[in-house]
Design a protein. Sequence first.
Length: 362
Amino acid sequence: MNKLLKTLPQDDKYYMPGEFEQHSGCWMVFPERTDNWRKNAQPAQTVYAKVANTINKYEPVTMITSQRTKTIATKLLDPTIKILVFENDDAWMRDIGPTFLKNKNGDVHGIDWIFNALGGLNGGLYYPWDNDDKIAAEVLSYLNIDRYRAPFVLEGGSIHVDGEGTLYTTEECLLNPNRNPDLSKEEIEKYLKQYLNLKKIIWLPYGIFNDETDGHVDNMLCVVKPGTVLLAWTADKNDPQYERSLAALNLLEQTTDAMGRKIEVIKLPIPTPMYTTDEDTSDITGKENSKARVKNTRLAGSYVNFYIANGAIILPIFNLPTDQQAIDIISKAFPHHKIEPIYAYEILLGGGNIHCITQQQL
Ligand code: KQY
């Protein structure tokens, strides 16, 4: 049986590797809630299955379902994908899954962060969230991996690391009073350093415009390798995203990472702005316990929200002219990875994208 550890990862010399390092697999949760996913969640289930089947070509995928969706998931998923039934509240494995850590011998531990559905009763995205808060512990228990229960609220989508002591995050999210209202910035930094074994936190001011996650960094920036990042970018000064990306660029150009390197920033233009239509929002039922979906809302589209699998980039695309430019820039940044573009508008409608629905296991 796995243990609940009472020590700190930093003292135990465990750290979080960059996502670009080798994984032993990937975890996902199957979507079903009809107050977030239109048309009885069927279009979302189809695209989640496509993401899972694609990742599974590169590393083994495990899919969590409820008892209710096990049969449909079994039909849609490649038979080599393992399906486990754990009750859940929504389908954002990046945010509810464990963060896997390793030490220099390759031993693995996991962090189980406190989860409050991205803001609890103060702007959170759904209610209740108690099943989702249990998922990380359930996964670690299933895998027999020892677990740290962190004493503060954090979602996996709000952090990126380079595996060499640097963490990237946003003030917009981590300092939002709906996450840890009793902690100062310095206290949050101290906890991040203790739990992820870091030397330097780089605080971007904002994430993507109108992102309901309160600016998760995984929609704004990702680490290509230590010292190099891709940054969501627009050159359109009239786009509200412009000031956000410019503020991030200015900060990144003026700082160094934990190893003292200047950071190379590769600009990755955002998709042409997308707005929800009547068809996107009208077929959502039972809206009391989750964020309302309103027509004409600017979606938080970004090409940065991809998953780095072993040897492949699983990239959201939107059937827009901007897709090809993103593929070209990402191919150049990851010359040894195959780019696997997936039409992912349906995941975007639910409030995130491919990175948000996946969690790598070491
Ligand atoms: O990591 C994410 N992007 C989660 C988004 C949750 C959206 C819930 N509607």
